[in-house]
Design a protein around this ligand. Structure first.
Ligand SMILES: [Zn+2]
Length: 139
């Protein structure tokens, strides 16, 4: 195979990969609009319990809080006795809970360096959490 053909192949793969990667993140953001919002702390706790049970997680270590402002975040890591999920506003929905739980379930966030943490987050952990929240697939 000629070198120019290989170069074209790499270029096509990079473009396709970038489009697929961007589409995944865009779909994740847009999918929050039509979903049913969680309205109370009690409802949030019930859904967190249900989804954590589906993943076979210890429900006692997962704390959650419904905020008034836009939030979809969690504090997690292997060394933590309690793992926290914060959601609110547009992101207060079941899909976001599944997303954040998957970060905890799959042991995301435990890396040696800041660079390793960033690269893992953007290219492995975040895509895996998005895919789980949509499909239930544990990659
Ligand atoms: Zn995430």
């Amino acid at each position: 195979m000629a070198f120019s053909k290989i170069k074209k192949g790499i270029k096509k793969t990079l473009i396709t990969g970038t489009i697929a990667y961007s589409a995944l993140f865009a779909t994740d953001i847009l999918s929050n609009f039509p979903t049913q919002k969680i309205k109370s702390q009690k409802e949030l706790e019930k859904i967190v319990y249900e989804e954590a049970t589906i993943l076979g997680m210890d429900t006692n270590i997962i704390k959650c809080e419904l905020l008034n402002e836009l939030a979809g975040d969690s504090i997690y890591g292997g060394g933590l006795k309690n793992q926290y999920i914060f959601i609110g506003g547009l992101l207060a929905n079941r899909k976001m809970i599944k997303h954040e739980l998957y970060h905890i379930y799959d042991g995301h966030g435990d890396h040696d360096t800041k660079l390793e943490t960033e690269l893992n987050y953007w290219f492995i952990e975040e895509p895996k959490a998005i895919i789980y929240s949509f499909t239930g697939l544990k990659l």
